[in-house]
Design a protein around this ligand. Structure first.
Ligand code: ADP
Ligand code: MG
Length: 256
């Protein structure tokens, strides 16, 4: 089992001095290749903050985040952008799209940023749209689609660069349950069939249960981690106690 994300002693403080707020408090976390992981917890617990940090959309106040063994906190912004652009896909609750642009224009955006040529962009966009079942909508204006279709366009855009890791923050938050189910099916299909590592932030416990592993955040700390599936067939829950574990790191690491 190969770790794709290794987080150590992660701290995020928003604001300064009297307004300083510590949103993440010393998070340690390893995510392995091909896992599906749910990050759950109440609103304001720090789920999105954690996802933004491990997705390299924001910089931590303290701690390290390794992606495929590379310490991202030591990378320049340019290298960070490159890594994000080539290895990650993003699906958010609000379908961030350019509503006046076509489906095609929205989907090719990451490829444009990556500097792919027009023909490659078109080919990869068609493939991604086939995956989400929207190939016949390629010329439609994004605004003329239903909510579910918009989210599928977002998923097409998220997978168009063939990412290793897919980050989804409340991907079904704005969808009715039937449409949400389709989106979920799509995300888990990518995880199961193509081995994409799936990291989903959600407060939907049903969606969380579909993941191999559930990580619960409360008040900026991990309070529960069911652990990686492949090493733990029984899937028994491991309560994370207030650990100041330096001695047992290897043991814990092997289990996690
Ligand atoms: N940019 C910011 N500036 C200040 N505080 C923030 C910022 N973003 C989030 N927070 C605070 O950090 C805490 C965690 O937020 P967030 O990670 O968005 O929680 P969740 O996604 O679990 O709802 C909340 O108390 C929130 O108000
Ligand atoms: Mg959030």
């Amino acid at each position: 089992m190969k770790p794709v994300i290794e987080v150590q002693k992660l701290v995020k403080v928003y604001g300064k001095r009297s307004t300083a707020f510590t949103a993440l408090k010393n998070i340690d976390l390893t995510i392995n290749e091909g896992e599906s992981v749910a990050i759950v917890g109440k609103s304001g617990s720090g789920k999105s903050t954690l996802m933004h940090l491990i997705a390299l959309l924001d910089r931590p106040t303290e701690g390290t985040i390794k992606i495929d063994g590379v310490d991202s906190t030591k990378l320049s912004s340019r290298k960070l952008n490159h890594l994000r652009n080539h290895s990650f896909g993003f699906v958010f609750q609000q379908f961030f799209m350019n509503p006046q642009d076509t489906v095609l224009e929205n989907v090719v955006l990451p490829l444009k940023i990556a500097g792919e040529n027009r023909r490659t962009r078109r080919r990869l966009a068609e493939k991604a749209l086939r995956t989400v079942g929207l190939e016949e909508r390629i010329k439609f204006k994004a605004n003329d689609l239903s909510g579910g279709q918009k989210q599928r366009v977002c998923i097409a855009r998220a997978i168009v660069n063939n990412p290793k890791i897919l980050f989804a923050d409340e991907p079904t938050g704005n969808l009715d349950s039937a449409t949400g189910d389709k989106v979920i099916e799509l995300l888990f299909g990518l995880n199961k069939k193509q081995g994409v590592t799936l990291i989903i932030v959600t407060h939907d416990e049903d969606l969380a249960r579909l993941c191999d592993r559930q990580i619960r955040i409360s008040d900026g700390k991990i309070v529960e981690d069911t652990g990686a599936k492949k090493t733990e067939k029984t899937k028994k829950k491991t309560k994370v106690t207030k650990k100041k574990a330096t001695k047992s790191t290897t043991k814990k690491g092997a289990k996690a």
